[in-house]
Design a protein around this ligand. Structure first.
Ligand code: ZN
Length: 454
């Protein structure tokens, strides 16, 4: 019998195959214990399959059309600037380091995440529950927190118990500094110490325990190679079990959802989406005058924003990408329908009374949940007129020219980028989509899923 309280564990970038393999080979004892006591399936994330987008979907139960976060890097039409949450150090420098840090730490939650979407922390705290989050990128909640770092004064609104990379710490836990030695897993070391502290005190009703280091390692090593990083994530989860007095005692106290935010696939060649639009005046930081297009690409997804000076229609821009070997599928909207285009083939689709109305080449979008995910990505007011899903094996260079060729990446509609492991213990169901996680969590506490009026 599992507990009434609940822990949501998110291992960033973990593929189902890596988890299943580690459990079978007995190299991840904590994960193996949880898998033996739960219901497991492979599930589908949202699109673009990039961390800020996916974690916003996990925290709100909504796709980007509702939660508003379009990509890891995007063009803010209202502020006429590029928002870069952290594709790479080079990309952050290109977008402006201080501005990027402000966007990632504060603005994503305080401004970019739509008010229409209600986070699990907001809904549960509203029902009198104590929620907690460790390093969770999407954290918006009702409780005001001041930074622990001297010289920073801006408050963030999060769950009651809020720990975010030493920048915000609602309680003094003695956990070590998080950001010093990223490659050796120092962020997860910090999470492990804070998680141990929280479970020892049983200090929450609902905890989001987010472990980002695996994704970092898998980008570098490739999607089937980050075994050490997975072992470290397993160690952090093991620390939670031990803090409850042992694995069985942990499950007596807590129900569990364990998943990742997206998958990863191997990348063997880079592409620059900007190169497909040579001859256009592209938006640049510090000089947006007369720009025709803003292009934001990172990992395996790209956006093309049509600016007022652009002489071509959206469809003509999509046609420019015909024959581009880096491009898998180009998505855009036309006459109330969505269009997926590859070479000269097209699939048109829109939601109908009984499921999707489609016409054209169905084979264009045969990835899991592709119609729903594409539609929702396009319907996001912050998305570009074109959304580009990269071809298999291709990664788009980011603003700083960086990519992970020879390693792993994600972001596209393709199966490997989109599929996530999903494990539940003590819950009514095991979600087939990550947007079903938040409603499941709320239902566990007897709270109804909500949205706000636009
Ligand atoms: Zn990643």
């Amino acid at each position: 019998m599992s507990g009434e309280k609940l822990v949501l564990i998110v291992i960033d970038g973990l593929t189902p195959a890596m988890l299943e393999d580690a459990v079978e080979r007995r190299t991840a004892p904590a994960l193996r214990f949880l898998m033996e006591h739960g219901d497991y399936r492979r599930s589908v994330t949202t699109f673009p399959s990039l961390t800020p987008v996916c974690l916003a979907s996990l925290a709100t139960g909504a796709h980007p059309d509702m939660h508003g976060i379009p990509h890891l890097v995007w063009f803010h039409r209202g502020e006429q600037r590029i928002v870069e949450y952290g594709s790479s150090f080079g990309a952050v420098r290109a977008a402006g380091t201080a501005r990027s840090l402000r966007d990632a730490v504060f603005s994503m939650n305080a401004e970019h995440l739509s008010r229409q979407a209600v986070t699990v922390y907001e809904a549960l705290e509203g029902a009198g529950r104590v929620t907690a989050a460790v390093n969770m990128v999407c954290y918006r909640g009702p409780v005001r927190h001041l930074p622990t770092v001297p010289g920073l004064a801006r408050a963030a609104y999060g769950p009651s118990r809020f720990f975010y990379y030493n920048l915000f710490e609602s309680d003094v836990t003695g956990a070590p500094l998080a950001i010093r030695t990223r490659a050796r897993g120092s962020v997860d070391e910090y999470a492990k110490a804070v998680g141990r502290w929280l479970v020892t005190r049983d200090g929450f009703d609902f905890l989001v325990f987010y472990l980002p280091d695996y994704d970092f390692a898998s980008h570098a090593a490739g999607p089937e190679a980050a075994h050490d990083a997975l072992a470290r994530a397993d160690g952090a989860i093991g620390a939670l079990l031990a803090a409850a007095g042992g694995p069985d005692e942990f499950l007596e106290r807590y129900s569990v959802v364990l998943c990742s935010d997206h998958g990863q696939t191997r990348v063997d060649r880079p592409a620059r989406l900007e190169d497909s639009f040579s001859g256009f005046r592209l938006f640049r930081r510090g000089d947006g005058r007369d720009a025709e297009l803003a292009i934001t690409a990172s990992n395996r997804a790209g956006m093309v924003y049509r600016l007022p000076g652009c002489r071509l229609e959206t469809r003509e821009l999509a046609e420019r990408l015909d024959g581009d070997p880096g491009v898998g599928v180009v998505l855009f909207r036309e006459n109330g329908e969505a269009v997926a285009r590859r070479e000269r083939e097209e699939l048109r689709f829109a939601p109908g009374e009984q499921g999707w109305r489609t016409s054209g080449d169905e084979g264009l979008l045969d990835q899991p949940g592709a119609l729903e995910r594409s539609w929702a990505a396009l319907a996001n007011a912050n998305a570009g007129e074109l959304i580009v899903s990269a071809a298999p094996g291709v990664e788009f260079a980011d603003l700083g020219g960086r990519h992970h060729v020879g390693g792993g990446s994600h972001g596209s509609l393709e199966l490997g980028d989109s599929e996530v492991p999903m494990l539940t213990i003590g819950l009514d169901s095991t979600p087939a989509r990550i947007v079903d996680v938040a409603p499941l969590v709320l239902g566990h506490f007897g709270v109804e899923a909500q949205t706000r009026a636009a």
